[in-house]
Design a protein around this ligand. Structure first.
Ligand code: ATP
Ligand code: MG
Length: 242
């Protein structure tokens, strides 16, 4: 589904990504773990065409997308749930969802709103409420639902667990798994290594712009470096895979 080959990116004179290579196969949940400043969001923004790579290739569904404008990338099915939700706080839940699907037109929006409210009943109850007044967990759900309105084949989530209580994180991850079961491929980017490694099949570790480890998620969870760097100081929370 997605093949990233030797991707580098800079912010001004600073090189943030260094020849990053990884892939996501159709149907997988793949996690990318990295600490603050590792370059996770820069990588995702590069995949979405918002930031331009300085070298390397991005192949999505057999098409090179490295030079494509963001809207075309979304139309191909690569859709991101951005860091920190990035909702329109003064617009209602409904209006935020409508914006997520606008590129496919009004009819599409009307057809798919119902599915979103089924998936997230709490949003249905609050459809006329301004997004900025939702709780953190509700805002994350709205941000995911807004992305789903754009019909992703590959849904990319940038730290969806950030700032949320363990039970809410669990609910978000359950939703992610149910989306996978319904056929959406997932790239989950997290600092929360425990949660992300629990729901993924495979994972990569990004450190200062480089992929330093990769492999089976369960095996990575046992890896000394991962234990030391990401799990030792993780909050006391184990998420049971169902
Ligand atoms: N717009 C920008 N201009 C200049 N430097 C930037 C910009 N965005 C990010 N950077 C720098 O690039 C590096 C990687 O940032 P990035 O946001 O990609 O990391 P991250 O892994 O997403 O971190 P976090 O977990 O804190 O979200 C950091 O050193 C950051 O200061
Ligand atoms: Mg980030």
């Amino acid at each position: 589904m997605l093949q990233v080959k030797g991707l580098s990116a800079r912010h001004g004179s600073i090189q943030v990504l260094r020849r990053v290579t990884f892939h996501v196969a159709e149907g997988e949940i793949v996690s990318l773990i990295g600490a603050n400043g590792a370059g996770k969001s820069t990588l995702l923004r590069t995949l979405s065409g918002v930031h331009r790579a300085s070298e390397g290739d991005i192949i999505f569904r057999n098409t090179s997308i490295g030079q494509m404008p963001p809207e075309r990338i979304v139309r191909l099915g690569l859709v991101q749930v951005p860091e920190a939700r990035q909702l329109f706080p003064n617009l209602t839940v409904l209006e935020n969802l409508e914006l997520g699907g606008y590129i496919y037109g009004r009819k599409h929006v009307e057809e798919h709103l119902g599915e979103m409210f089924e998936l997230f009943p709490v949003l249905a109850d609050r459809r006329r409420q301004k997004a900025g007044t939702l709780s953190g967990g509700e805002q994350q759900m709205l941000s995911i639902a807004r992305a789903l309105m754009a019909r992703p084949r590959l849904l990319i989530l940038d730290e969806p667990s950030m700032g949320l209580a363990p039970l809410v994180v669990e609910e978000i991850y359950r939703t992610v798994q149910s989306l996978q079961q319904k056929g959406t491929t997932i790239l989950l980017v997290e600092q929360n290594a425990m949660g992300a490694l629990t729901i993924a099949e495979r994972a990569y570790v990004l450190e200062t712009g480089r992929i330093v480890l990769s492999g089976n998620a369960a095996e990575l969870m046992e890896h000394d470096d991962v234990q030391r760097a990401y799990l030792g100081r993780d909050y006391q929370y184990k998420w049971e895979k169902k």
